[in-house]
Design a protein around this ligand. Structure first.
Ligand SMILES: *Cc1c(COP(=O)(O)O)cnc(C)c1O
Length: 383
């Protein structure tokens, strides 16, 4: 089947609205100008409600992983201990980052698809009381599961440890309360719910984290958050050449997000997730994380014995519909449908309709239309 139109349902990158693409197509402005400073200031301010913070949000020209690295090297030193939740590929990344910089990471292993339990964090503190921080994903994109950040924050607070959170598929997807939950470093990236191309990371630091960063001796240069904060807050520009187009695009996408209204944005993500889960149930398919599903991405298990890799490839090559498969132990066994960014609940009809056709193609015993009907029913109830 020839396809001229492509559909992006991956959990990052996610679709970008035309208004944002047009904004980024404008001629480049210089980054030491009042025009750029105005866009930078506004974009940083507009990020705060998405984070649930009154702290300054620092923008970095890097992908999300750069933001994770910046949090680690500005708040921890080689030889220091930290507890990290490993419930998937991104949790594993915290461990690799800590190891790369000589910190001693203590892994809290969580079965894929499950949420970390606060008791596990308590146990880790009992075993390693010298731990100075807890690192966790608010939403573990590889397993489509959310972790209880607020409860984990309570545990780390009692121990006087910092809480470092990867919010890359949670900020802008569902409500985040950085200040209330006691998050000390909160990271996100541009290419998920912020409706932008990849290339920007955002990091917000609590007052305590700023104090810690001043004393930390870990070598850093490009990702020196204090230097970057000074430039952005005091001089209204970036320390290095700004990702001018992306920052202007961010300002536009945040304008669109706030015009829709944050409660509406969160409700839209929740509805897309619910509709997708309903479709899976109607098709007799199981979820990887049924008890704590992420609102930004849904992980559906491919029926036993069938090739999930073939399914993802068929959707992409024959239907023009991009979804993502599983990684590592879930390779070939999982299909992940992203519903973040510039998507409407109605778009889930396309994702689910394509999924059904793909499942038939690889030999699944499903009834075409059952999932689509479930999506329609859920959307009808929401009107
Ligand atoms: C996408 C994502 C990242 C960032 O990955 P990059 O490829 O560096 O942008 C980090 N954590 C989570 C949970 C993600 O979903």
């Amino acid at each position: 089947m020839p396809h001229v139109k492509k559909y992006l349902f991956t959990p990052g990158p996610a679709p970008v609205p035309p208004e944002v693409l047009l904004e980024m197509a404008r001629p480049i402005i210089h980054h030491r100008t009042p025009e750029f400073s105005a866009a930078l200031d506004q974009a940083r301010d507009r990020m705060k409600p998405l984070y649930g913070t009154s702290s300054e949000v620092i923008l970095l020209a890097s992908t999300g992983t750069g933001g994770m690295e910046a949090a680690v090297i500005n708040l921890l030193q080689p030889g220091e201990h930290a507890i990290y939740v490993n419930g998937g590929k991104f949790g594993e990344r915290w461990g690799k980052l800590l190891a790369a910089f000589g910190m001693i990471g203590h892994e809290v292993r969580v079965e894929w698809g499950r949420a970390a339990r606060p008791g596990q964090i308590e146990d880790a503190f009992k075993a390693y009381p010298e731990s100075r921080a807890v690192l966790v994903q608010a939403s573990e994109t590889s397993t489509c599961a959310v972790h209880p950040v607020a409860e984990i924050g309570e545990v780390s607070r009692k121990r006087g440890a910092m809480l470092i959170v990867d919010g890359i598929t949670s900020v802008g997807v569902f409500e985040q309360k950085m200040d209330e939950w006691g998050i000390d470093a909160f990271v996100t990236g541009s290419q998920k719910a912020l409706m932008l191309p990849p290339g920007l990371a955002m990091v917000a630091l609590s007052a305590r984290a700023l104090d810690v960063a001043k004393k930390i001796k870990t070598p850093r240069f490009y990702f020196d958050l204090l230097k970057e904060l000074k430039a952005q807050r005091d001089e209204h520009t970036t320390a290095w050449t700004a990702a001018v187009s992306l920052i202007c695009g961010l300002n536009k996408s945040l304008e669109i997000i706030h015009a829709e209204g944050l409660p509406q944005v969160y409700a839209r993500h929740a509805l897309m997730a619910e509709a997708t889960r309903d479709a899976a149930a109607a098709l007799g398919l199981k979820l990887l994380s049924p008890d704590n599903p992420a609102p930004g991405v849904t992980g559906i298990l491919v029926p036993e014995g069938l090739d999930g890799g073939k399914l993802v490839k068929f959707l992409r090559d024959s239907l023009g519909v991009s979804v993502q498969g599983g990684q590592d132990q879930m390779k070939g066994k999982l299909v992940r449908i992203g519903h973040m960014g510039h998507l409407s609940p109605f778009d889930m009809l396309i994702a689910v309709g394509a999924l059904e056709m793909g499942l038939k193609q690889i030999g699944a015993n499903i009834q075409l239309g059952a999932g689509v009907t479930a999506v329609q029913a859920r959307l009808a109830r929401s009107i």
